[in-house]
Write a protein that binds this ligand. Structure first.
Ligand SMILES: [Zn+2]
Length: 70
């Protein structure tokens, strides 16, 4: 499933990659749009072009096969 992905650009935060609709995604002014990707891994790879230490958000950037436990 293709989703829109964003990276947190705040300087003193981890550069977490969020998926559209994430419940803990920061305000839009703190986000940079990455593009549409099939997996969060691809989105994180794109974010790492700019932010070397970018990581996937624990809340939303799980593999799509993972089941929701909440
Ligand atoms: Zn998230």
């Amino acid at each position: 499933m293709v989703m829109h992905y964003y990276v947190d650009i705040r300087p003193h935060h981890k550069h977490q990659v969020h998926r559209e609709g994430c419940t803990i995604i920061p305000s839009i002014q703190y986000l940079q749009y990455l593009g549409m990707f099939e997996t969060s891994d691809k989105a994180v790879a794109m974010a790492r072009v700019v932010y070397e230490h970018a990581t996937g958000c624990k809340k939303c950037a799980k593999p799509h096969t993972a089941k929701k436990t909440t």
